[in-house]
Design a protein around this ligand. Structure first.
Ligand SMILES: [Zn+2]
Length: 370
């Protein structure tokens, strides 16, 4: 760990395809692409690691096709670090496709063709080894936020059993494996899951099953309780957060890595993350606004174009508009995270956070949190 500030940490994650300074925001490349952004652009924006979804790549184009074409790095033209999830989150969040979950694995219907498919700890280890990602994630059971106590306990038990099996399964050369703790916002269950997963012995640890519909306060309480139980010398990954305030909140509680489709999804729906809050470019008040999205931003959208022009592109459904907003939103989060890292290094994260908060003004057109 390079530096700490309270519970917050600045460090470096070493992978087979390069070092990742942390805290780090990981853009999501669901189907082997961060939507609408090419790898050179991603690099230039400040991405140091991207995420791939095993579920989607398993069905389209199929892991065998990716292997034949040289592995995921070569296939998608990205030579930096890649983290692949296990596919478990998709299986358990698309609940109407879930067929059966037993001790051995989970059976579900593919969203692509409705055919029955099955994931086990060994099969998702094999898929991620075939993709050749730098970091593989364990198959876990992610129950809905409103699950009963019995369901939540069962999810924790299965998650531990599967984590032990996956720890013994195959990996790509140099591939790191992260365990995932469940337990929702139940303090005892979360603690038990964290302890069991840490006990297995992983290269890094993730908190799963949060940011799935529970209140923000309960979520942050769970993070604050769980983070100190995780080994200080291994990276800590909060799965699924991407709003600016949420990112600062989890960094402050000792999280090093996080991912979310928010910046790219917002971009494609015409919204921008800015230091003053979220802007909806469809709003008529931007029609004659000559200012950039964000005065401080050095992205391709802000250095050349006005809000009025971007609004014009968005309302006319021009591809360029959605692409520029995507580039801006990614750059915004990379700069925010790099700023937080620098603040941790100089011991002034609390100031950095309050400065960021004070700039979120009432002009924000949506709540800053999703
Ligand atoms: Zn920008």
């Amino acid at each position: 760990m390079a530096a700490t500030d309270g519970a917050a940490r600045a460090g470096v994650l070493r992978t087979a395809h390069g070092d990742v300074p942390t805290p780090v925001f990981m853009p999501v490349g669901t189907k082997g692409t961060v939507k609408a952004v090419d790898p050179d652009e991603l690099r230039a924006l400040g991405a140091s690691i991207v995420l791939g979804n095993t579920y989607h790549l398993h069905f389209r184009p199929g892991t065998d096709a990716v292997v034949e074409l040289g592995g995921l790095h070569r296939f998608m033209g990205w030579d930096g670090p890649i983290l692949t999830d296990s596919g478990g989150f998709q299986v358990f969040s698309l609940r109407d496709t879930l067929l059966a979950c037993d001790d051995d694995g989970v059976t579900f219907r593919s969203v692509y063709d409705g055919k029955a498919a099955r994931f086990t700890p060994e099969s998702v280890a094999g898929a991620q080894a075939a993709l050749g990602s730098d970091i593989a994630m364990c198959l876990d059971v992610c129950p809905p936020a409103d699950s009963s106590g019995a369901d939540a306990r069962r999810a924790v038990e299965l998650t531990t059993t599967w984590a032990r099996r996956q720890a013994a399964a195959q990996r790509a050369p140099g591939q790191l494996l992260f365990g995932i703790a469940q337990g929702g916002v139940d303090p005892e269950l979360r603690r038990r899951s964290v302890e069991e997963i840490v006990d297995v012995g992983f290269d890094g640890h993730a908190l799963g099953g949060l940011s799935v519909g529970e209140s923000r306060d309960l979520m942050l309480e769970a993070v604050a309780d769980a983070a100190p139980l995780l080994p200080a010398d291994r990276p800590r990954y909060f799965m699924g957060i991407g709003d600016p305030l949420g990112i600062l909140d989890v960094i402050e509680r000792g999280i090093d890595m996080f991912d979310c489709v928010l910046p790219t999804r917002l971009g494609r729906t015409g919204s921008a993350l800015t230091s003053e809050g979220r802007l909806n470019l469809k709003n008529a008040r931007h029609a004659r606004d000559p200012r950039p999205l964000d005065d401080d931003c050095d992205c391709p959208a802000c250095t050349r174009f006005s809000r009025a022009y971007l609004r014009h592109l968005v309302t006319q459904q021009e591809i360029l508009g959605l692409r520029l907003l995507t580039l801006h939103n990614l750059r915004f989060l990379f700069r925010l995270t790099a700023g937080a890292r620098a603040a941790i290094e100089s011991g002034r994260l609390a100031d950095f956070r309050s400065e960021a908060l004070s700039r979120f003004t009432s002009t924000s057109e949506e709540d800053p949190c999703p």
